[in-house]
Design a protein around this ligand. Sequence first.
Ligand code: ADP
Ligand code: ZN
Length: 287
Amino acid sequence: MLYGAIEAGGTKMVVALVEDTGEIKDKVVIPTSTPEETMPQIIGYLKGKDIKAVGVGSFGPVDVVKGSPTYGCIMNTPKLAWKNYNLVEALETGLGVPVSLDTDVNAACLGEMTYGCAKGIGNVIYVTIGTGIGAGIAVEGKLLHGMMHPEAGHILITKRLADRGQSVCPYHDSCFEGLASGPSIEARWGKKAYELVDNQIVWELESEYIAKGLMNMILTLSPQKIILGGGVMHQEQLFPLIREKVAEVLNHYYDTRELADMDTYIVPASLNDNQGILGAAVLAMNV
Ligand code: ADP
Ligand code: ZN
């Protein structure tokens, strides 16, 4: 059985055909321009492929609450052409198969829980640290939506006193995304993140902010595993620093079996950047 999977991002759409075994049969990348230009290309690719359903992991904010009047719509986005656009309706009309939608980060979390490093674990957080920061959250085996979906990139963290960088978040002057996203690193140091590889101070500060963000999530959600993905996390030297600082900020407030083994508690994404598309396929399988 074949399923359609879409990872809908602000700059590109990854569209794939996935077997129910999790094998990716084929994959294309389509630029995200306007719905009028992009959607016919997605539909054209998936049409006539005998797919049973389509799953979408989307950039947001997006209404993923089934039964809500605006279910399936991209909400408030700086990409104005997509604002209020109903992704689910467009795909269902264009393809005539059921469509299941979740956030890009929830899809990635689901991909890791089904095929990756979080198999068999029910309480998982997938955090992406890239252009923005976002978290997909599973609680007792179910992806968390609540009133819409979590926006854990905007939790407040304390700024280091000596940090002269300004938050790049237009809404908050001391939030996780504002202080630790890729663009915030670039704004603070005046260079592209990958040009700062050898500057230890950069990653020391970055890991401190990531550790603070993670600590808030650990204490609130009690996850059994945390997976870190996104462009910034390609800096693998961050992992040992983050693990050390998370232990430091938690300060043995509580000790669990999971926290005792930081190397398996805080881990990189394990599916070669296919976690989002595979999770989208699982959404389709569960539609
Ligand atoms: P997006 O979040 O737009 O989907 P990414 O997850 O690739 O895309 O994140 C892009 C951000 O990550 C940019 O701000 C970029 O500077 C940063 N980034 C990308 N690759 C690297 C790298 N190898 N090292 C450090 N930062 C990176
Ligand atoms: Zn913010």
